[in-house]
Design a protein around this ligand. Structure first.
Ligand code: UD1
Ligand code: PEP
Length: 421
């Protein structure tokens, strides 16, 4: 098992390119199931989650061609609407095949995604929505089993804002008979990116980016080309790494437009952040003070502060001046990084869904264990500023969602190496 060894204390500076978004690419790969014509995707990040999703699609009969960041999917031979446990156990997003399979094949057997360290993460809203569209859905022996004649358009209301729930139901509705309206829909930019891809495939979707999405079902979708949006969470992670180290970094191929809440908090922390847009490119430049100020946050669905940035902000608050209150409202168990940060010398107290963080003058390197994807990122950020060496173990979590993180950080002046543990 690989681990990262980080020698802290090196200020980040220079330029880095941001990759395509994992959380946009995963649903969009599943959208290929909706058509018998090729779907060409560019800016697809090179991540373990993407490799797993491609394997999953391949074993369903989808032809996959991959050349760097370009992927072409051809689901004309789709013949096995099954997502087995072996392939879905590491990846929550595998549930995103459910809606497209039910819509295109009239049946699906999808293993419940594996347990995850950040919370229970049920899929009851995905199921409730498909049932409202006329599908018979049961959960048996760990599998969601769906059977349906052509899905029917329906008025859907989700009990809470769910990102993959919205995406699953939006994809299913594209081939349904009649109009579907999803109320209380997720407004995340990744939902909008998926809607844009579906529209390019001939779907009739309006309202993506608002909390009411309307989909007029069509008989079939066709092939298309689509470029995956930049990863706003990778962007935010590099901004935090720069902020923690008092650095000056230019991020290429990304935009402040996707993460207003994060940029706002980093400016409150004392950073100077400028987004620039030319005809051909977009960049963000961050200049951080020597020591940032602690900032309080409360996670909530987009456009509020993203839960996927909470762990990275905890890392920067650990070394900031002052104290912060951090409230996690999306997942019931997403403070696993706190105990590891405490091993590095952080001052953190947890009470239910609230963390109280008081900045310390310095962290000290130690061996720590990554427990989930963003927890891993927070430990890397803390390692960049801790005195001495930090060893981050179990980085397979990191490889699920960050493309070449250590080489990108090395290019910015960090001392970070991957070694066999
Ligand atoms: C692949 C992907 O895009 N993952 C993102 C997606 O996850 P994901 O789509 O799984 O997260 P949801 O938005 O669905 O979860 C929000 C909350 O709703 C609950 N819930 C959800 C569905 C359901 O049927 N029943 C239910 O109770 C969840 O347990 C959670 O407490 O959005 C999360 C919230 O922004 C992000 O952290 C993840 O990075
Ligand atoms: C929680 C995350 O991903 P997933 O939903 O794929 O587990 C994440 O991207 O931070």
């Amino acid at each position: 098992m690989d681990k990262l060894v980080i020698e802290g204390g090196h200020r980040l500076s220079g330029e880095v390119a941001v990759s395509g978004a994992k959380n946009a690419a995963l649903p969009i790969l599943c959208a290929a199931l909706l058509t018998a014509e090729p779907l060409e995707l560019t800016n697809v990040p090179d991540l373990n989650d993407i490799a797993t999703m491609l394997k999953l699609l391949e074993q369903m009969g989808v032809k996959v061609e991959r050349d760097g960041h370009r992927v072409v999917l051809d689901a004309s031979g789709l013949n096995n609407p099954v997502a087995p446990y072996e392939l879905v156990k590491t990846m929550r997003a595998s549930i995103l095949v459910l809606g497209p399979l039910a819509a295109r094949c009239g049946e699906a057997q999808v293993s419940l995604p594996g347990g995850c360290a950040i919370g229970a993460r049920p899929v009851d809203q995905h199921i409730k929505g498909l049932q409202a569209m006329g599908a018979e859905v049961a959960v048996e022996r760990g599998y969601v089993l769906a059977k349906t004649p052509r899905l029917k358009g329906a008025r859907l209301f989700t009990d809470m804002v769910t990102v993959t729930g919205t995406e699953n139901l939006m994809m299913a509705a594209c081939l349904a008979n009649g109009v579907t309206v999803i109320e209380n829909a997720a407004r995340e930019p990744e939902v909008v990116d998926l809607a844009q891809c579906l529209t390019a495939m001939g779907a009739r979707v309006s309202g993506a980016g608002t909390d009411v999405i309307r989909i007029e079902g069509v008989d079939r979708l066709h092939g298309a080309s689509h470029r995956i949006m930049p990863d706003r969470i990778e962007t935010g992670t590099f901004l935090c790494a720069a902020a923690a180290t008092g650095g000056e970094v230019c991020l290429r191929g990304t935009s402040t437009g996707y993460l207003d809440a994060v940029v706002d908090k980093l400016m409150d922390a004392g950073c100077d952040i400028v987004g620039e847009k030319t005809r051909t490119s977009e960049t963000i430049v961050i200049r951080a003070p020597q020591r940032i100020k602690a900032v309080s946050i409360r996670t909530a669905p987009y456009p509020a502060f993203p839960t996927d940035m909470q762990a990275q902000f905890m890392a920067i608050n650990c070394v900031a001046e002052g104290a912060a209150v951090m409230r996690e409202t999306i997942f019931e168990n997403r403070f696993m990084h706190a105990v590891e940060l405490i091993r590095l010398g952080a001052d953190i107290k947890i009470d239910g869904n609230t963390a109280f963080v008081t900045g310390v003058a310095r962290l000290q390197g130690a061996a720590v264990m990554a427990t989930d994807l963003r927890a891993s990122a927070s430990l890397v950020i803390a390692g960049l500023v801790a005195e001495g060496e930090t060893h981050v173990e179990r980085i397979y979590h990191l490889d699920r969602g960050y493309e070449h993180l250590e080489s990108k950080l090395t290019a910015l002046g960090a001392r970070i190496q991957r070694v066999k543990a």
